[in-house]
Design a protein around this ligand. Structure first.
Ligand SMILES: *Cc1c(COP(=O)(O)O)cnc(C)c1O
Length: 384
């Protein structure tokens, strides 16, 4: 990465850490074998695969056999929802209006196949009340799916409480933990989850690799059919290099979590205070709720977030407007709209997400830059 550039978009993706890259290179070259082969080349690949699986299992507090590698968080989310609906028949799926599109668009697809989808609305802070989820559970409910941390606001959801409510009724519970994994503890028993989605590239691992935790005994249809890979549930020759990189990145993220997160939180809080102190008409989306320590989502009155984003980019600062998935589109964030923001404020939102490599100097640079940029954009809008 060009060191003059400042990357504050870690919730979109993160740089690959060198330790993960070094391990991946060995599985691209030296240990290129197919993990299903019975010879030494196969054994070496199998060893790398199972070592990564053990790292994931240790991180999530589950058995290795409950980890199933996928092509990423999106596939894990699709599989959890479609695999549940396939075996439990069309029925009600209770989820929230602030889920990632990997969940929401899969739900829309399942509606077309006869499922009923209930979208629970968050409060103004972007927090989902467990009672509001409970109110939608009925005897036809086949799955509850609630994300652990929202990728746009960073707001942490009360998944443990929701998990208890689902368990009491014998309803399987899926948690999209893609954004929280590596930032806060994600322990499957604490969450009370039967299915958990995680992804490598959100914690300094490679893109195109993720995993779905499937609690032993949970009924889930296979995702792909073919060889007996991944416990017979997800056929296809494994992406050993990517998986090894995921294992290494997860292991290191977990080790470093206790020391890294308070540092990020202090930087995030400085960024928040610096901007609020220098620019008027700013609100923090998610304020008052428990949030990920790396995330700051702001709405700035009288500006278009795309204009701000491009202005910051010209100065070498990378941030995000709305969700990355709607980037390029002018559609305001579905998360902010669900929180009750009017379209104007939602269209003036910026997300800063800090991570590995973020420094105090980066934060001061943004605090210096942003007020002038906002002033110029407001002047332009006012003069027009
Ligand atoms: C990034 C993200 C995903 C998608 O994961 P990919 O590995 O990019 O497919 C799903 N859910 C959440 C909350 C995310 O932040």
């Amino acid at each position: 990465m060009n060191s003059a550039r400042i990357y504050l978009d870690h919730n979109a993706t993160t740089p690959l850490r060198p330790e993960a890259l070094a391990l991946m290179q060995r599985y691209f070259s030296e240990h290129f074998g197919n993990a299903s082969s019975l010879h030494a080349f196969g054994h070496a690949a199998r060893a790398g695969l199972e070592e990564a699986r053990a790292h994931l299992a240790a991180a999530l507090g589950c058995a290795s056999a409950e980890i199933h590698f996928t092509s990423g968080g999106t596939e894990a989310d699709n599989w959890a929802l479609m695999g549940s609906a396939a075996l439990r028949g069309p029925g009600r799926i209770v989820t929230t209006a602030i889920e990632h599109h990997a969940v929401l668009h899969t739900c829309r697809h399942l509606e077309g196949l006869g499922c009923e989808v209930c979208l629970v609305q968050p409060d103004r802070r972007g927090w989902v009340d467990p009672g509001a989820v409970e109110a939608r559970l009925d005897e036809h409910t086949i799955l509850v799916s609630v994300m652990h941390a929202n990728n746009e606001t960073g707001v942490l959801q009360p998944v443990a409480q929701i998990g208890q409510l689902a368990r009491r009724r014998g309803i399987p519970f899926h948690v999209d933990a893609v954004q929280s994994f590596g930032k806060v503890p994600v322990q499957v028993d604490q969450l009370g989850a039967d299915l958990v989605s995680v992804s490598a590239h959100k914690l300094n691992g490679p893109k195109g690799v993720g995993a779905l935790y499937v609690r032993a005994g949970t009924r889930l249809a296979p995702w792909t059919h073919g060889g007996g890979h991944e416990g017979g549930l997800r056929a296809g020759t494994e992406n050993i290099a990517g998986i090894a990189g995921f294992g290494k990145a997860a292991q290191l993220a977990l080790e470093e979590q206790p020391e890294r997160q308070p540092v990020l939180e202090a930087l995030r809080n400085r960024l928040e205070a610096g901007i609020l102190g220098a620019v008027d008409g700013v609100q923090v989306n998610g304020q008052g709720a428990l949030r990920l320590s790396n995330t700051l989502n702001l709405s700035i009155e009288g500006v278009q977030s795309e204009a701000l984003l491009l202005g910051l980019d010209l100065e070498g600062v990378a941030v995000s407007s709305g969700s990355a998935c709607s980037a390029g589109g002018q559609e305001p964030s579905h998360v902010l709209l669900a929180m009750g923001l009017d379209r104007r404020l939602a269209a003036g939102s910026l997300r800063f997400s800090l991570g590995w490599g973020s420094t105090a100097a980066h934060i001061e640079r943004v605090v210096d830059l942003l007020p002038g940029l906002v002033r110029r954009l407001r002047d332009l809008a006012g003069g027009a």
